[in-house]
Write a protein that binds this ligand. Structure first.
Ligand code: HEC
Length: 132
């Protein structure tokens, strides 16, 4: 029963990521401002104030920022054994603003991420159980 749930949610994530590729609405100035603040508080120490990288990889021009799922998933789960802590304690609103900010700054232009989408991805990840 649990196995079927895992497979079901993996398929859900795949569908979600396909749907998301088409989404290119630019974030509002308000979302960008909130994202800038949250990014400087939580992320800039490792990824650089201008997304140029440091202890973490450069985000400016980084192709992973094109993937809504990739970005939201790494913010929620982190990548602990590679040195990135999880930020799943942040609200859907804050995660959405950070994801929107890094996807639309420093030459990146990949559209907004809504809090509703973060909530959906969070649910799929929780249903899939702990990853690596
Ligand atoms: C303590 C340092 C640290 C902090 C703080 C941090 N990260 Fe990271 N981040 C990393 C490292 C190290 C990696 C590389 C993991 C790997 O090897 O794949 C990474 C990877 C990433 C990636 C994937 C990049 C790629 O090329 O695969 C994204 C996106 C990302 N971080 C976004 C964020 C965001 C957004 C925040 C703030 C909410 C944040 N990070 C906070 C260290 C950090």
């Amino acid at each position: 029963m649990r196995k079927a749930g895992i497979i079901g949610s993996a398929a859900g994530i795949a569908l979600l990521s396909t749907a998301v590729v088409a989404q290119v609405t630019p974030p509002t100035a308000e979302v960008m401002a909130a994202g800038a603040t949250a990014f400087s508080r939580n992320c800039a120490v490792c990824h650089g104030a201008e997304g140029g990288g440091g202890a973490g990889p450069q985000l400016a021009g980084n192709p992973i920022t094109a993937s809504t799922l990739g970005v939201v998933q790494i913010i929620i789960n982190g990548y602990l054994n590679h040195g990135m802590p999880p930020f799943g304690h942040l609200s859907d609103d804050v995660i959405a603003s950070i994801a929107s900010y890094i996807r639309n700054s420093w030459g990146n232009s990949h559209g907004e991420v809504t809090p509703a989408l973060v909530a959906e991805i969070r649910q799929s990840l929780a249903a899939a159980g702990p990853g690596e």
